[in-house]
Design a protein around this ligand. Structure first.
Ligand SMILES: [Zn+2]
Length: 423
């Protein structure tokens, strides 16, 4: 680890973040307070009647008496990932009924850590000879392959296989749900709804259909419909993933119901009643200006309107449950704390441009851009350059102290540092 000093050097945090603090570890703890609030923090320790944790402002302590319990070393929630929050809902794919047949086909299609394409081809050629049972087998074999690919993070091939499975059994609800699931994973919400509606025709009482449909509506920013779907799903079958998703949606809804709305050509803005209407208008104007610039530089315009939420500081912390150092974030919507601001200053403008760039990249790449690329482009667009620090960066890199890019692909929220803090 290299020690650095001075504000100037702090500015290169963009890259150094990953390079220098990799030893901080990717695990975060959760402090659950008796009032239900949660603090996600790192290095939580208990000393006497106090609980201490690290923040960008240094170590903070709270009385143990207000703490209900501490959940240690769970991974941080990935709320902030520039991928839509919806893409990060923790939901598992609907399981296929494990009949004897299905299990057998499963084992024949995937074994020894690989997909047996020769077996799948044989089953398919039987199916093509018009054998109905062989069609069912071909569907299950492709489904097994898709599950394997999904488990290995290969969404594209999983989608291909699941789609093929559905061609062999076009009305099988679990296959349709799994196909919808893969579209949800890719933030393709409308396609997901199509398949779910088809699944409903043969399985109207299947809780998983409503669970997934809630996810689709949530992703489309239709929170009311998402809430209705998840409630329906829970009425059919209790499920912890659905309950958590519902609670998150209700938190969003409660906060945003007190909000006013405003919109411009490319944006839908919501803001707390306490914020200045003038500020809201200025934010929209600033965003439109940035939009034009980014669109011409990236040669791309996002097809969907972009949601923006302006928060008071506390509202921001409650809704996003982000650690203290997070200044603004983009989880599908641009969420910006504007406490105490009455007009758009250069700092806020910069933050808006940064977060807006994430929306462009998110939509242009279907959410496939890794975090390091997302952050690099966003910081470039907001005008940050690291050339004056290039020598230091090179030294770190050549000294073998750089974190591999692979470690910077996921969420950066586990990094406990103040690089993105405003003001
Ligand atoms: Zn960013």
């Amino acid at each position: 680890m290299i020690r650095m000093d001075g504000r100037k050097k702090a500015r290169i945090a963009a890259l150094l973040l990953g390079l220098l603090v990799c030893a901080a570890g990717a695990r975060g703890d959760k402090i659950v307070l008796k009032n239900g609030r949660q603090i996600v923090a790192s290095h939580v320790t208990e000393q006497g009647d106090k609980v201490s944790y690290e923040t960008s402002a240094g170590q903070l302590s709270i009385p143990k008496s207000i703490v209900d319990h501490i959940e240690k070393s769970g991974l941080m929630p990935v709320l902030e990932s520039p991928a839509a929050a919806a893409a990060n809902l923790a939901m598992t794919p609907p399981p296929m009924e494990a009949t004897e047949d299905a299990t057998e086909i499963d084992q024949a299609a995937v074994h020894d850590g690989a997909i047996d394409r020769a077996y799948i081809a044989r089953v398919e050629s039987d199916a093509h000879s018009g054998n109905a049972r062989a069609s069912d087998k071909a569907a299950l074999a492709h489904h097994a392959a898709a599950q394997f690919e999904l488990a290995h993070g290969d969404l594209e091939h999983a989608l291909n296989d699941e789609r093929t499975a559905v061609t062999y059994q076009p009305d099988q609800p679990v296959l349709l749900m799994n196909l919808a699931y893969l579209h949800l994973k890719k933030s393709e919400f409308k396609q997901a709804v199509e398949y779910l509606e088809r699944a409903k025709q043969n399985a109207a009482d299947n809780a998983d259909i409503y669970k997934l449909e809630g996810w689709a509506f949530y992703g489309m920013n239709r929170v009311d419909q998402a809430v209705a779907e998840w409630k329906k799903s829970l009425s059919l079958r209790p499920d912890s993933e659905t309950r958590e998703a519902l609670e998150k949606a209700l938190r969003d809804k409660a906060e945003e119901e007190s909000y006013k709305e405003n919109e411009s050509a490319h944006f839908q803005l919501k803001y707390n009643g306490e914020a200045e209407p003038r500020l809201a208008r200025e934010v929209l104007r600033t965003l439109e200006t940035h939009y034009e610039r980014i669109a011409s530089e990236l040669n791309y315009s996002p097809p969907e309107p972009i949601g923006v939420v302006l928060y008071t500081q506390q509202g921001f912390a409650d809704i996003t449950q982000a650690p203290g150092w997070v200044g603004a974030l983009n989880d599908g919507r641009i969420r910006v704390p504007v406490q105490g601001l009455t007009s758009v200053d250069s700092e806020l403008s910069r933050v808006l441009k940064h977060e807006l760039t994430h929306s462009f990249i998110q939509q242009k790449t279907d959410g496939k851009a890794p975090t390091w690329l997302q952050e690099g482009v966003a910081q470039w667009m907001e005008g940050r350059r690291s050339d004056e620090n290039a020598a230091v960066l090179l030294q770190v890199y050549e000294g073998g102290q750089a974190a591999p890019l692979g470690r910077l692909e996921g969420s950066w929220r586990m990094w406990n540092t103040s690089w993105r803090r405003r003001g």
